[in-house]
Structure formats: C-alpha cells, structure tokens
Design a protein around this ligand. Structure first.
Ligand code: XMP
Ligand code: MG
Length: 179
C-alpha cells in the first residue's frame, strides 16, 4: 500500500469482479443495439478499459473531457468542454462511463448536454457513488459501489493529478491535503 493511503477501500480484485458483473448486465440490456461508450476523461480511463472488455458486444468507445469551475474541491455545476466527442450521437444509444459521482452537478450538466444532441437514449455507469449523489435527481442505471463520503484516490482517481495509477481505490490520508 502507498504511504499516502489511509486504507484500501476496494481492492483490484473487488473492482474487477464488480465490473465483470456490470459488463454482463450491460451486454444483456443492450443486446439489440450496442451502446457507444462515452468515457469522461481523465478519471474514467481505468473503468472504461476494464468495463469495456467485459461487455461482450461490439461497442464504440469515445471520450469527453470537461472541467467544472469551482472553488477548491467542490464542483460548481458550471462546466466547460475541453474535448468533445468525435462521434455524432444522433439516434445512438449512449452509455456514459464515469469514475465517481459526488454532488452530481457535473453529470447533470453532461446529461443535458448529450440529450440535446438527439440520442435515442442516454444512461450512466459509474464505478463509485458518494452519499450526496443520492440527493440529486439523476437516474444512474449502473453503480459499481456506494462509498462513504471520504476523498478517494486510485484506479483513475487523482489528488492533484497523482495516484491515478494505483490499482485499487484507497482513502487519501488527511495529512496529505491538510498541510
Ligand atoms: P460532482 O459534480 O459529482 O463531481 O461533484 C464529480 C467529480 O468530482 C471529482 N471527485 C473526486 N475525485 N476523489 C477524486 O479523486 C474523490 O473522492 C472525488 N469526489 C469527487 C471527480 O473528478 C469527479 O468526476
Ligand atoms: Mg471525473
């Protein structure tokens, strides 16, 4: 375990087996028409890579990068597109792949942005969901794990761009960000 990690919340094995389950469910739900998977950079890279390989359908994969303006660590809901989709999603079935939903503000914005482009459907798959997310009106169809309200890193998630490459999800030690 890395020195800056307080405890491991989800091991690589737990993540792998949950994504395999979700992949099977998604493949069954989309058997008629494979979805276009839309990963949200950068956090969702690991989830996308591992989930996509567990969906036994010929899915397209595309990416968006967004930044939410906000003070400090809280997102404001005001979002800017840094990188847009390459694909036209008109009449397509879209599945957004996310690392974590916290306040849900970023995702709400993304959902209305993508829905305005005339897709047949837009659903969401997130590896992690924090408690606050339950208070906003977003229907997240696929959730890997509901986790406590702590700052987590690893498996794509960063603190100041570090720790994304940890193979597990861990709680960041307070001493790292409370200096
Ligand atoms: P919302 O809009 O749902 O924002 O509040 C979700 C985004 O906030 C970031 N986030 C985290 N990143 N560990 C992280 O590394 C966390 O515990 C955490 N909580 C929220 C993340 O960028 C996510 O996309
Ligand atoms: Mg993210």
């Amino acid at each position: 375990m890395h020195d800056d990690v307080e405890n491991v919340l989800l091991s690589a094995e737990q993540i792998e087996s949950r994504l395999a389950e979700l992949g099977r469910t998604i493949a069954a739900d989309y058997a008629d028409e494979p979805p276009i998977l839309v990963g949200v950079l950068k956090g969702a890279v690991m989830v996308m890579a591992d989930l996509a390989r567990r969906i036994d359908l010929p899915c397209e994969m595309d990416w968006m990068a967004v930044s939410s303006y906000g003070s400090g660590t809280k997102s404001s809901g005001v979002v800017r597109i840094l990188k847009d989709l390459g694909a036209d999603i008109t009449d397509r079935r879209v599945l957004i792949v996310e690392d974590i939903i916290d306040s849900g503000l970023t995702l709400s914005w993304l959902l209305s942005n993508l829905r305005s482009r005339g897709p047949r459907s837009v659903e969401v798959c997130t590896l992690l969901r924090k408690p606050e997310a339950a208070r906003v009106e977003i229907d997240v169809r696929y959730v890997g794990f509901d986790i406590p309200n702590e700052f987590v890193i690893g498996y794509g998630l960063d603190f100041a761009e570090r720790y994304r490459n940890l193979p597990y999800v861990g709680v960041l030690k307070r001493s790292v960000y409370e200096d």
